[in-house]
Design a protein around this ligand. Structure first.
Ligand code: ATP
Length: 399
């Protein structure tokens, strides 16, 4: 279904109340799903299952081995760099694109071969895709009118939807008389009009300016939770995904790199790609010296080297905010000296670019709060002791 193809609005039968009294139960913790047999230990059946989906354009493999379960009421973000295949996956879920291989199962029904008009979803695109010659009310009512619902019922539903997206009293306006954020609210109301089982959001915020974006993302997330509607959103903005999603699917070059809750992905990235894509990460070059010991030039660091064999070249990863700069005992593990190369005032804190002492002189970036910076007299600081807490370090073998 696209809104430039208005006749393709799915047939959903009778309308249902928009706001259920209680949103469906959520899972407490769900992790990634690399393939069949490794599913979630959960009592809830997935609402949407993507099974072994591949997509090939000519000779180009856009998606490979995609397995994903989305649970009822869940908000899942497909996140990744440009060209990683996230929009293609969303289009396959909607039926706008046909997968080369694999199945899409929604609400227990195999919809793999169904056209968009036969599927149960509402969609919001990056470009608001409103009918310019229709008012907000008429845009929202479009799908309801296609259902031939009684006029009174349509009017009630449209008012309810306008209120829901914070556009009370603005139904008479045309898209050209609305701001970008307001147009996107209309698009959202239109996508929700038929109470679809699934809400698909394709970069819905990326055309908006920064402030509107932040406000609307909070509102959409709140609305999604209130409605309890299963939602899949495409974004390339990691802050957006971290703020909005129950789970994030990080994609790279057509495959799923990692699936997990925002905090688990941030704290336990499974690869340097994920570590670098979500948040900021320092990578130091090193070699595994012994179990849980890595060498970085002539500095020995305690770090969870896991199963990485001795002698293996590794990247030693630590986030800028995870290093300690004060109250470090002289015999604390991983206490190292560093020279300050440059500093940047960030408002709420400082970023310091450092080089580690020792013969490796590797660069490392540190972030500290404004409070901490004041105590350190950071503007005059030329060198300092830092600690790389072992539990905050990740060790990735180099390829
Ligand atoms: P972006 O954030 O830039 O939109 P994306 O992750 O959404 O990126 P897709 O639009 O899914 O990426 O595209 C994935 C890859 O598939 C890209 O390399 C793209 O060029 C290619 N691709 C997408 N649609 C087609 C098509 N119809 N024909 C050929 N190649 C395509």
């Amino acid at each position: 279904m696209t809104f430039s193809e208005p006749s393709a609005v799915p047939n959903l039968g009778e309308t249902t109340p928009l706001v259920p009294p209680i949103a469906p139960a959520r899972e407490v913790e769900v992790d990634g799903h690399p393939g069949p047999g490794l599913g979630h230990r959960t009592l809830t059946e997935p609402y949407l299952r993507i099974e072994n989906v591949h997509k090939i354009f000519g000779s180009f493999v856009a998606l490979k081995d995609i397995y994903l379960n989305v649970y009822p009421g869940e908000f899942v973000c497909l996140l990744g760099p440009s060209g990683c295949g996230k929009t293609t996956l969303l289009r396959i879920i909607s039926g706008l694109e046909q997968q080369t291989q694999g199945r899409v199962i929604q609400g227990g029904k195999d919809v793999s071969k169904l056209p968009p008009s036969m599927r149960d979803f509402g969609i919001v695109f990056q470009s608001y895709a409103l009918f310019p010659n229709l008012t907000a009310t008429q845009n929202i009512a479009y799908g309801l009118e296609n259902q031939k619902l009684p006029k009174g019922q349509i009017a009630t539903r449209v008012k309810e939807l306008l209120d829901l997206v914070g556009l009370e009293g603005m139904g008479h306006k045309y898209p050209s008389q609305l701001s970008g954020g307001q147009q996107q609210r209309v698009a959202l109301a239109r996508a929700l009009a038929l109470s679809p089982g699934l809400l698909l959001l394709d970069e819905p915020l990326s055309a908006l300016d920064a402030q509107v974006r932040v406000r609307l993302r909070a509102e959409i997330a709140e609305l999604q939770r209130r409605l309890g509607i299963t939602t899949v959103m495409v974004t390339h903005d990691q802050a957006e995904a971290l703020a909005m999603a129950d789970r994030i699917v990080v994609m790279d070059k057509g495959y799923i790199a990692q699936v997990g809750t925002p905090s688990s992905i941030y704290q336990h990235p499974s690869s340097p790609f994920v570590a670098n894509f979500i948040g900021v990460m320092n990578f130091l070059d090193g070699v595994v010296e012994a179990a849980d010991t890595v060498r970085c030039g002539n500095i020995l660091l305690h770090a969870p080297s896991n199963e990485v064999p001795v002698g293996q070249a590794v990247s030693i990863a630590i986030r800028p905010e995870d290093m300690r700069v004060a109250d470090i005992a002289t015999d604390a593990p991983n206490r190292v000296e560093a020279d300050v190369v440059s500093r940047e005032f960030l408002g709420a804190g400082y970023r310091l670019d450092l080089t580690l002492s020792g013969n490796a002189r590797q660069p490392i970036t540190l972030e500290i709060s404004a409070n901490r910076a004041r105590n350190l007299n950071v503007e005059a600081l030329e060198a300092l002791s830092i600690q790389l807490p072992p539990e905050m370090i990740r060790v990735f073998p180099k390829e």
